[in-house]
Design a protein around this ligand. Structure first.
Ligand SMILES: [Zn+2]
Length: 349
């Protein structure tokens, strides 16, 4: 599975609780209407970067609230609500792929392991502190490895009374069928473009339309991309792709080795994403459509689209997707990028 995303390359920091995002109110209201019959295991699905985790935490806060109004929403003022807001509610547990070292410092890891799940099960057996409910959020649930998913099955099927599990998944198809079938599914809300742009402006993003296009409409992903280092790197790569005759694959790929060592694999992942989006936009432009992800390069894409042959472009795009899926452990990120860039150049004769 592909383990590196642009999320890793751009700096990401997720606060524990931020409340509902503007496009989530209606969906929360609809879901919480059924609070009295809340499923023990909920699978919250949707594309990366639309705020599923935030949504899950708000549902959790509502389930834990000691004084909810009739609409099921969290009151925001009771002790439970305040504990959730402070990230300190003992009856709320968030399970994420992180490793904690001896000094209690957490770093992101690839998998949610059986150790994570065993700790979760132990926690689920404890008596609730606030005597309202207990909620565990597992995000992203598809990062559970096979052993972890198997260990969770029994709890998923029959959690201790008053215990609710919320699994968050970008790609629910990667979860074992045994896990999927034990959950009730809920699709997380997706904002329309105007709402997403307005939210990004509120977060201090100057050119919301460009980053939103790059993130294919996912606002939280767009916010992560809206950092100067990421955009400068993208510009360097796309400017080079825009001019195949003068493109120097060795020189461009060498940028990977100039990046800090721990970012090289992620930069390769980002570069392959840029190439794939670029090729998708070439194909779209060729078909008389618009550039979806690289709107800021629409003018540069047009002349290239008239030169490139559709079938080789399609094959190359498929190679990029295969390479992206196998990126977990490239020995030489620079060499992988070089080879892909030489192939790109050949598309233009
Ligand atoms: Zn409350």
């Amino acid at each position: 599975m592909s383990d590196v995303t642009t999320e890793d390359y751009s700096t990401a920091s997720a606060p524990v609780w931020v409340g509902l995002l503007p496009w989530q109110h209606d969906a929360a209201r609809a879901a919480l209407r059924h609070r009295a019959r809340w499923p023990h295991a909920l699978l919250l699905t949707g594309r990366e970067g639309i705020g599923k985790r935030t949504f899950a935490l708000e549902l959790a806060r509502s389930l834990l609230c000691e004084d909810g109004a009739g609409d099921g929403f969290a009151c925001g003022v009771c002790a439970s609500c305040r504990y959730v807001q402070a990230g300190q509610h003992p009856d709320l547990r968030v399970v994420e792929p992180v490793e904690v070292d001896d000094d209690n410092v957490a770093t992101p890891s690839l998998w949610i392991t059986i150790a994570h799940v065993r700790a979760l099960i132990d926690w689920a057996q404890l008596t609730s502190h606030r005597h309202v409910a207990k909620v565990a959020v597992i995000a992203p649930a598809e990062r559970m490895n096979v052993a972890a998913a198997n260990a969770l099955l029994k709890t998923l099927e029959e959690p201790p009374p008053g215990t609710y599990l919320i699994l968050v998944a970008h790609q629910p198809g990667r979860l074992p069928a045994t896990v999927r079938s034990r959950c009730q599914w809920l699709a997380a809300p997706v904002p329309d473009e105007a709402v997403a742009r307005e939210w990004l402006v509120g977060q201090g993003v100057d050119q919301p339309a460009n980053v939103l296009a790059q993130a294919q409409g996912a606002p939280l992903a767009a916010l992560r991309l809206a950092n100067a280092d990421y955009q400068a790197e993208r510009t360097a790569w796309l400017d080079a792709l825009a001019s195949p005759p003068t493109l120097d694959p060795i020189d461009l790929a060498a940028r990977i080795d100039r990046a800090p060592r721990d970012l090289r694999k992620a930069l390769l992942g980002a570069a392959i994403d840029w190439l794939a989006a670029w090729c998708a936009d070439l194909a779209s432009t060729q078909a008389g459509g618009a550039a979806f992800q690289n709107r800021d390069y629409a003018a540069a894409l047009r002349p290239l689209a008239t030169v490139v042959a559709p079938l080789p472009l399609f094959r190359y795009h498929r190679v990029l997707l295969q390479e992206r899926a196998q990126i977990a452990h490239p020995l030489q990120p620079r060499l992988v990028a070089e080879a892909l860039l030489f192939q790109y150049q050949k598309l233009f004769g």
